[in-house]
Design a protein around this ligand. Structure first.
Ligand code: 7TS
Length: 410
């Protein structure tokens, strides 16, 4: 089923806003998406009608709150086709999910001389935790390079994958290039040499149908706020056998079974990794976001983005002095980063804002990738389920206007 774009847009109240007297065109969903009414309503209802702390009270409100919070876990488990709800750990965001793996699985399994294989297109969140771990354990980071047009050099993978590689951590989709990476293929080849694979799904899960059993990954990290849900809630999916074998991350309430003065034992999965009062209402909001996306169908969401981005790429590529990063439309998702003439991305983003258009400018937390491409900063327009081809037209017109204002036209 094709998305009914007008109906989708009507679900997002913020899209009615005017910015500098122009209708808002929100092209920064790769940083954080907007929220539809069902998510806002679910969160308000949770606070108004059934708010209490979870997992402890025997009274009705606490039971209701626990029920809604744990129902969200079931929704997430089914959304990514996890084998069991125990495999879904709630975290604050993707960054915390990756750090959880680095601090627990990593410290227990990575030693001197071991290698962690990353790619040159990773977000800082999927680089820095591994640097910290590698420095602490005497391990080494190696990188699968990208081509000039922003694809992974898959023909280099076998050279890099040897028995020293204990972990492969790779993004599902680049937040700068838009490149969709062949994660199934990477998992298959990494597993063949016995490595564990973590997939950074921050840009994948909001935009593509995701089935962890089909991908075969050991860990998958993603954030609620990029998939129509609230900030403050994220997910670590992990294969049950691995999670069972891992020591806890943070210590405190909820994650224990029994505490004595000098030792403690741990709660069952998933709570072993959820210390302290969780983001209760945010979890419930994420559950509503999953319902919302499933109601539309992730195939339909992905198809809408593909179409919109293909149009945007064509439209922007026609502007003289435009350099678009990344591969052609068929290999990418909803992210379009570019340089335009020699206009600084911050100037450009500012002038676009005056036209009501929100884009991000900078290195997008991917400095090594920008360095590899010989750039310091880019401007990035990222498209999601509520964006339209007409908005791509407005973006192209606003870019031309910006060039005229700065005397860089023609
Ligand atoms: N991984 C990828 C691929 C990302 O794009 C991001 C956030 C993260 C991890 C971290 O997610 P967080 O929710 O823990 O912050 N990316 C961006 C971005 O592109 N612009 O702002 C945040």
């Amino acid at each position: 089923m094709k998305l009914d774009i007008e109906r989708v847009r009507a679900d997002f109240p913020i899209l009615l806003r005017q910015i500098h007297d122009k209708p808002l065109i929100f092209l920064d969903s790769a940083a954080s998406s907007q929220k539809p009414l069902p998510v806002l309503q679910a969160m308000e209802a949770a606070y108004r009608q059934c708010y209490a702390n979870v997992h402890r009270g025997v009274y009705t409100l606490s039971e209701e709150a626990t029920c809604s919070y744990e129902a969200a876990r079931d929704k997430v488990a089914s959304f990514i086709n996890a084998r069991a709800r125990e495999e879904v750990i709630f975290t604050r965001n993707t960054t915390e999910a990756i750090n959880l793996v680095a601090y627990t699985w990593g410290r227990a399994n990575i030693g001197p001389g071991d290698r962690i294989l990353l790619t040159e297109m990773e977000h800082h969140s999927n680089i820095v935790p591994w640097q910290v771990l590698a420095q602490e354990r005497g391990a080494e980071l190696v990188y699968l390079p990208v081509t000039d047009d922003g694809r992974l050099q898959m023909d280099r993978l076998d050279d890099l994958l040897d028995e020293r590689v204990k972990l492969v951590a790779v993004t599902m989709m680049s937040n700068v290039l838009g490149t969709i990476t062949p994660v199934r293929e990477i998992v298959r080849r990494a597993h063949a040499i016995g490595a564990v694979v973590l997939v950074d799904g921050a840009q994948g899960v909001p935009h593509l149908p995701v089935d962890v059993q089909d991908i075969g990954c050991d860990f998958l990290a993603f954030s609620g706020h990029k998939m129509c849900g609230p900030s403050g809630i994220g997910v670590l999916y992990g294969r049950e056998a691995l999670l069972e074998g891992m020591p806890p991350f943070l210590g405190g309430g909820d994650m224990i079974r029994r505490v004595e003065l000098h030792r403690s034992t741990w709660n069952d999965l998933p709570w072993k990794f959820e210390a302290g009062t969780p983001a209760i209402v945010e979890g419930i909001g994420l559950g509503a976001a999953v319902d919302y996306l499933e109601g539309l169908g992730m195939e339909a969401v992905a198809a809408h983005e593909r179409e919109t981005v293909a149009y945007a790429l064509e439209r922007l590529a026609a502007l003289p002095g435009m350099r678009i990063l990344g591969p052609p439309a068929e290999a990418r998702g909803g992210v379009v980063a570019f340089t335009f003439r020699d206009i600084h991305p911050h100037d450009l983003a500012h002038l676009l804002d005056l036209e009501g258009i929100a884009v991000r400018a900078g290195h997008h937390c991917a400095q090594p990738l920008h360095k590899r491409l010989g750039l310091v900063a880019t401007t990035r327009a990222s498209f999601y389920l509520y964006n339209t081809p007409q908005e791509a037209d407005r973006l192209a017109e606003a870019l031309e206007k910006a060039a005229r204002i700065l005397g860089k036209a023609g």
